[in-house]
Design a protein around this ligand. Structure first.
Ligand SMILES: [Mg+2]
Ligand SMILES: [Zn+2]
Length: 214
C-alpha cells in the first residue's frame, strides 16, 4: 500500500501556509516555523495560532488553494499506475479535509481515501476540527499520523511519501520511504534510509524498478 502526505507533497505549496499568508497574518507563520522545527512548540499549537489570524470564507479560501497550491508533477499518472498495479492509496495529512477534498476533486480525484484533520469556515476565525488519532505516539508523544497508518496497514508492505514535520514518525513505520525537503534532512540526520524525489514520475520509475526486481 501507498500512504502519501498532502501539503508540499501532492501539492507543491503547503495549503495551510497559503491560506494564512493570503488571508491571515503571515508573520505568525514565519515566527512559529523555526520554533516548530526545533520542537519548542507543538504542531497543533502552531496551527491554532496561525489559523486564528485567518479571515476568509470557505469559497474564497478553497478558490485560492485551487489556484495557487500547485500540483506536483506526475501525480495523476502515478495514481493511475497504482490502480493498474492494485496498490491501495491513502492520503495521510496533518491538514484539513475540506481543503484536501476540494483540491482533489478539482484535479479529477474526488474519491481518494483521506485521513486528516478538518476545519470549519462557518465561524470567524475558522475552527480546526482535530482528527481522532488514538493515544499518543511513542515517537512524538502526541497523537499523530502513525495512528492512521497502523489502522489501515494490515500486513501490507508500506510505501510512504512525504516532505515535512508531520511525516517524521509515520515515515519511520514504513518499509520504503520517499522523502524530500525537511523530511529528507531529518531522516538523513537519523541515518534512516529513504529515497529522494522531486516529483511523482521519479517515484513511479523507482517503484516500478523495485517491484519488477522483486
Ligand atoms: Mg507536507
Ligand atoms: Zn508521532
Amino acid at each position: 500500500m501507498i500512504a502519501c502526505d498532502f501539503d508540499g507533497t501532492i501539492t507543491r505549496d503547503d495549503t495551510l501556509h497559503l491560506v494564512v499568508e493570503r488571508f491571515g497574518d503571515g508573520r505568525t507563520w514565519r515566527a512559529l516555523h523555526p520554533e516548530l522545527l526545533a520542537g519548542r512548540i507543538s504542531v497543533e499549537a502552531a496551527m491554532e495560532r496561525e489559523f486564528a489570524t485567518v479571515r476568509a470564507d470557505r469559497a474564497t479560501a478553497l478558490a485560492a488553494v485551487r489556484e495557487h497550491a500547485g500540483l506536483r508533477d506526475g501525480f495523476c499518472e502515478f495514481l493511475a499506475w497504482t490502480r493498474q498495479r492494485g496498490y491501495p492509496f491513502f492520503v495521510m495529512s496533518n491538514g484539513f479535509r475540506t481543503i484536501i477534498r476540494d483540491f482533489l476533486t478539482h484535479i479529477g480525484e474526488p474519491e481518494l481515501d483521506v485521513y486528516s484533520h478538518d476545519c470549519r469556515f462557518d465561524t470567524d476565525p475558522p475552527t480546526i476540527v482535530w482528527a481522532e488519532r488514538g493515544t499518543v505516539c511513542p515517537l512524538c508523544n502526541r497523537p499523530c499520523k502513525r495512528h492512521d497508518l497502523t489502522s489501515v496497514r494490515g500486513d501490507a508492505r508500506v510505501v510512504y511519501i512525504g516532505d515535512g514535520l508531520s511525516d517524521r514518525c509515520v515515515a519511520q513505520a514504513a518499509d520504503i520511504v520517499y522523502a524530500r525537503a525537511d523530511l529528507a534532512e531529518y531522516l538523513a540526520g537519523l541515518a534512516v534510509p529513504f529515497r529522494p524525489f522531486d516529483d511523482f514520475h521519479d517515484i513511479q520509475t523507482d517503484l516500478t524498478r523495485t517491484a519488477d526486481a522483486a
